[in-house]
Design a protein. Structure first.
Length: 155
């Protein structure tokens, strides 16, 4: 089956040190879906200290969608990957790097590579439009996560 990939990226700033942000971001929990202002549930299966499988079932106006992901942690680099295992978008990969910005601030640099299957490859303009929409959608979730982090880490 034919496929194509849409690449996109964004950054999200945080008012906390990089190590603290990395720990918060990679402490995967069942309640994380709500922190992203989504409806659904998350199941976390830890394979070992740096590998886990997330199964997210999201509920929206389109119905229910389950996304299964392999997550690999690289704490020494403040980096992690998320590779889609479920049929929808299989083998799409998402890269997350926490970058220090001084002692008390940091940012997430996100890079997404969303794989689509079937049909003809869209025009370059259409792919650019898709990348922009994916970036907006994913950055909205990270803005919500940044607000939740602010509440958690300010205590």
């Amino acid at each position: 089956m034919a496929s194509y990939t849409v690449h996109y990226k964004f950054s999200q700033r945080f008012n906390f040190p990089a190590q603290e942000v990395y720990r918060w971001c990679t402490d995967f929990q069942a309640g994380d879906i709500a922190l992203m202002n989504e409806k659904g549930k998350r199941r976390v299966r830890r394979i070992n200290e740096d590998t886990l499988v997330l199964t997210d079932t999201l509920i929206g106006e389109w119905g229910e969608v389950t996304k299964r992901r392999l997550v690999r942690l690289y704490p020494e680099l403040l980096f992690w990957t998320n590779t889609r295992l479920s049929a929808d978008g299989r083998y799409s990969q998402f890269l997350y790097q926490i970058v220090p910005e001084g002692e008390e601030r940091s940012r997430l640099d996100f890079t997404g590579s969303q794989v689509y299957y079937g049909g003809e490859k869209p025009t370059a303009d259409r792919i650019a439009s898709m990348a922009e929409e994916l970036s907006k959608e994913d950055s909205r979730a990270w803005k919500a996560l940044a607000m939740a982090m602010e509440k958690d880490l300010s205590r």
